[in-house]
Write a protein that binds this ligand. Structure first.
Ligand SMILES: Nc1ncnc2c1ncn2[C@@H]1O[C@H](COP(=O)(O)OP(=O)(O)OP(=O)(O)O)[C@@H](O)[C@H]1O
Ligand SMILES: [Mg+2]
Length: 149
């Protein structure tokens, strides 16, 4: 499925639809090169889930955690860009952070990828003339959610 995101408002509206359908245990895997718009979408999802104020980019810390009641469901926002080996996800304790939470993952391929998980929504962002385009692949858990998009 392809979603056109001609401007920031379109990315925010798309993020809002993802957030409305998001459940604990899900992964939103955000791929695409530098400046593709991954953090923008992640910030939109976090804000749509209720978070108010700044959303720091996790590019330095690798993982940022958001807990209810500030957000509707527990959330982990990760940027795996700096991982040199997918085995490092164990060292940073990702499984513990993910327990009961949804995961927003930038540079998912640096963590070994998540597309094998039934709850993974894979979003590949590309630049277009004006804005961005998202190529979306939904895992089986998402397909049962009806017209979430
Ligand atoms: N749909 C869109 N249309 C136009 N500009 C966009 C869109 N989405 C994001 N941008 C812009 O693209 C720039 C980069 O966005 P962002 O930081 O989200 O990218 P990123 O994929 O996280 O990059 P990095 O890999 O470097 O962290 C920002 O200036 C942002 O405003
Ligand atoms: Mg980013």
């Amino acid at each position: 499925m392809i979603v056109d995101l001609p401007d920031l408002a379109a990315s925010e509206a798309f993020a809002q639809r993802i957030a409305a359908a998001l459940r604990s245990g899900d992964v939103v895997a955000l791929s695409g090169g530098l400046g593709a718009g991954k953090t923008t979408l992640a910030r939109g999802v976090i804000a749509s889930l209720g978070h108010e104020g700044e959303v720091p980019s996790p590019s330095f810390a690798i993982i940022e955690v958001y807990d209810p009641p500030a957000v509707r469901i527990p959330l982990v926002h990760a940027d795996f860009y700096r991982l040199e080996d997918p085995a490092e996800v164990e060292e940073i304790g990702l499984d513990d952070y993910r327990h009961g939470a949804a995961l927003l993952a930038e540079w998912p391929e640096h963590a070994g990828g998540f597309a094998h998980e039934a709850g993974c929504l894979s979003i590949m962002l590309e630049s277009t003339e004006k804005g961005r385009r998202a190529i979306v692949t939904a895992g089986p858990d998402w397909l049962e959610r009806g017209a979430w998009i």
